[in-house]
Design a protein around this ligand. Structure first.
Ligand code: CU
Ligand code: ZN
Length: 368
């Protein structure tokens, strides 16, 4: 079928919204009609050409929500008409990582997905008769996409899809970092560096876990206002003095849990230094640039601080994303303040411009 999609034809050039060919879902694959899709930094990062693992041409987009239109042979996990959130981090349920409660990094389709192919090593997308690679296994800047069934989370059909799409990446990443990776304990003190989509999600996650004190650090006063709305009890303007301020606020010890959601290695270091002696856990969510390293004084570790990383909030997507959507539907997560702009597919490049101008938290593309 012919669909409209936003194609990254050349790095560092605007996306081109044009007609591409999408073939029928193969065995284990599903045709999804997209209803909404968030515009995320990872899309922009790839479009910029800075990401060493990026490729073009491809159809970008990975924060999608939509409706199952058709199922390929042998599909058993979803049905026509199901409402789904797309998962760039799938859950096959069978690999050694899926069987372990210790990680969410499913191994089933990693290699093919990283290279832009569906699990069988081919593409369902074509551009002018040439195969066109998928992006993050999702390619959701499009009216329709074909994805493996293990990469779709079935959600409550009552959940509005223009909000549910945020659970496909940034929001879940932040919520999960606090709830799943760090498993914040009730009554604890938390510090979140960065009040973008992931950081704000982490603030909300700390609140849901019953944290007593949640300090949010960011450079932008508008974002700190949003952080308060998500449950931050204190806010600090970012900068070299942030660590000292946090130590002062915590009787000189530091916080039980710290979260880094900026991708800046200097801030990661601050997040480690702000963690409490004895048991403070620093969770790194941000993606650093190529070749960058995290500089930490080892004595901080010997004296009981710990550092861990979190990918997609440690969430096993098919199981945990529907749960988070349920908590949103129960009124426990306030999603609306994150949506700063609504765009049509043709305006996708505006979404990138807004992000570069740091205007708002999320632009959501709505498909007509
Ligand atoms: Cu993303
Ligand atoms: Zn797996």
């Amino acid at each position: 079928m012919k669909i409209r999609a936003a194609v990254l034809e050349e790095f560092a050039k605007p996306l081109i919204v044009r007609e591409v060919e999408l073939s029928e879902p193969g065995p284990g694959e599903v045709l999804v009609r997209l209803v909404a899709c968030g515009v995320c930094h990872t899309d922009l990062y790839t479009a910029s050409g800075v990401d060493p693992s990026g490729y073009a041409p491809t159809v970008l987009g990975h924060e999608g929500a939509g409706v199952v239109e058709r199922c390929g042979e042998g599909v058993s996990l979803v049905r026509e008409g199901d409402h789904v959130v797309t998962l760039f981090s799938p859950q096959c349920g069978e690999c050694v990582h899926c069987l372990s409660p210790l990680t969410n990094l499913c191994l089933a389709i990693r290699e093919q997905q990283n290279q832009g192919y569906l699990p069988d090593g081919t593409t369902r997308l074509a551009l002018d008769g040439e195969p066109l690679r998928h992006f993050m296994g999702t390619s959701t800047f499009a009216q329709y996409t074909v994805m493996p069934q293990i990469a779709l989370a079935r959600i409550d059909p009552e959940a509005p899809l223009d909000r549910a799409c945020l659970f496909a990446c940034g929001l879940s990443t932040g919520l999960g970092a606090a709830m799943k990776t760090a498993q914040v304990r009730a009554g604890s003190t938390c510090v979140v560096f960065g009040a973008g989509m992931v950081g704000l999600g982490a603030v909300a996650g700390c609140r849901l876990q019953g944290a007593e004190r949640i300090v949010c650090v960011d450079l932008a006063p508008e974002r700190l206002v949003l952080a308060r709305g998500q449950g931050a009890t204190d806010v600090i303007s970012g900068g070299p003095e942030a660590v000292e301020q946090i130590l002062e606020m915590t009787g000189g010890f530091g916080a039980d849990y710290t979260f880094e959601a900026t991708g800046n290695v200097a801030v990661m270091r601050q997040a480690v230094e702000s963690a409490r002696m004895g048991w403070g856990l620093c969770t790194v969510c941000g993606v650093a640039g190529r070749g960058e390293t995290l500089d930490v004084v080892p004595r901080l570790l010997i004296t009981g601080r710990r550092i861990c990383g979190s990918s997609f909030g440690g969430l096993k997507g098919r199981e945990d994303v529907p749960e988070l959507v349920n908590r949103y539907m129960a009124g426990e997560i306030d999603v609306d303040p994150f949506i700063s702009h609504r765009l049509s597919l043709d305006e996708v490049n505006v979404g990138f411009e807004l992000m570069q101008a740091q205007d708002g938290i999320r632009s959501v593309i709505e498909f007509a």
